[in-house]
Design a binder for this molecule. Structure first.
Ligand SMILES: CC(C)(COP(=O)(O)OP(=O)(O)OC[C@H]1O[C@@H](n2cnc3c(N)ncnc32)[C@H](O)[C@@H]1OP(=O)(O)O)[C@@H](O)C(=O)NCCC(=O)NCCS
Length: 217
C-alpha cells in the first residue's frame, strides 16, 4: 500500500485510504478469500472487480448453461434457490404456491437457467406480457453458489430478449431494493435507469423503480 508492504494475517483486515495505490498478493498455493468493504461504491472498486472477474474465469459454469422455460418438476429446485441464504430478503412474495400460479398464468413467463446436467442455478419471471408497452421483470435470482460467474448476465439478457421479441413492447421495468447493490449494478450495466414509479405501480418496501426503454437505445 503506497510505498510499504504489509503482511495481513488470516482473519484480520487493513484499511486502504482513498486514492492510495494498493495491490494484494497471495504468496501461498492456497486459495485466498477476501472480503472487501468499500465506501462509497463497491462496483467501482478495482480490487472487488478483479476478484469477481477472477472468480468468473476460474469457474466455467457459464459455459454450457442455458435458459429454458420452467417445468413443474423444476419448482422444487426453484424454491430451494429462492429460500437460500442472502436471497429471500431481496425478493418479494414467493414459495411453491406462488410459483405454481405463475406457471399457470398466461400473462407471465417462468424461466430457469440450467447447467449441462439440467441442474437449476437461477430463475426469472416476466409479468404483464399481455399489456402493450411495458413488461415487468418480476423476479430474478441466481443460486448463491452460482453467483459472480456471469449467470445473472446470461439470464437477464435472455429475459430482456424474450420481452423485447414482442413488437409492441418498448419498455421493461422492475422494482429493486434501493440497498440491493449487486442487482442495481447488474441492471444499470444493461441500461436500466432509476425513475419515479408511475402511478399505481406497487413496489417492494424500500423499492426503487428501474426501466429499460427502447427509446434510449
Ligand atoms: C443480483 C444477482 C441476480 C446477480 O447475479 P450474478 O450471477 O452474481 O451476476 P453476474 O456474475 O452475472 O454479474 C453481473 C453484474 O452484476 C453486478 N454484480 C454481481 N455481483 C456483484 C457484487 N458482489 N457487487 C457489486 N456488483 C455485483 C456487477 O455489475 C456484475 O458485472 P461485473 O462483474 O462485470 O462488474 C444475484 O446476486 C442474486 O441472485 N442476488 C439475490 C437475489 C436478488 O437480489 N435478485 C434481484 C432482485 S431485484
Amino acid at each position: 500500500m503506497g510505498p510499504r508492504t504489509y503482511a495481513v494475517p488470516a482473519g484480520s483486515g487493513i484499511e486502504v485510504a482513498p486514492r492510495v495505490r494498493h495491490q494484494l498478493r497471495n504468496h501461498t498455493d492456497e486459495d485466498l478469500e477476501v472480503l472487501v468493504v468499500s465506501s462509497p461504491r463497491v462496483s467501482g472498486n478495482p480490487l472487488a472487480r478483479r476478484a469477481r472477474s477472477q472468480q468468473r474465469d476460474r469457474s466455467k459454469l457459464v459455459v454450457g448453461s442455458y435458459v429454458r422455460r420452467t417445468r413443474p418438476r423444476d419448482l422444487e429446485s426453484v424454491v430451494e434457490v429462492e429460500e437460500a441464504a442472502d436471497t429471500r430478503q431481496w425478493v418479494g412474495e414467493g414459495g411453491m404456491d406462488w410459483h405454481k400460479q405463475v406457471l399457470q398464468d398466461g400473462d407471465m413467463e417462468h424461466w430457469v437457467l440450467v447447467d449441462r446436467l439440467d441442474r437449476v442455478y437461477a430463475f426469472g419471471v416476466l409479468a404483464g406480457l399481455s399489456e402493450p408497452g411495458a413488461v415487468e421483470l418480476r423476479r430474478m435470482v441466481v443460486a448463491p453458489e452460482g453467483r459472480g460467474q456471469g449467470l445473472g448476465r446470461l439470464l437477464l439478457r435472455h429475459l430482456l430478449e424474450q420481452a423485447l421479441a414482442r413488437p409492441q413492447v418498448t419498455r421493461v421495468w422492475l422494482d429493486v431494493g434501493a440497498d440491493n447493490v449487486r442487482a442495481r449494478s447488474l441492471y444499470r450495466s444493461f441500461g436500466f435507469v432509476a425513475k419515479e414509479a408511475p402511478p399505481g405501480a406497487v413496489l417492494l418496501e424500500n423499492g426503487l423503480y428501474m426501466e429499460w426503454s427502447a427509446q434510449r437505445h
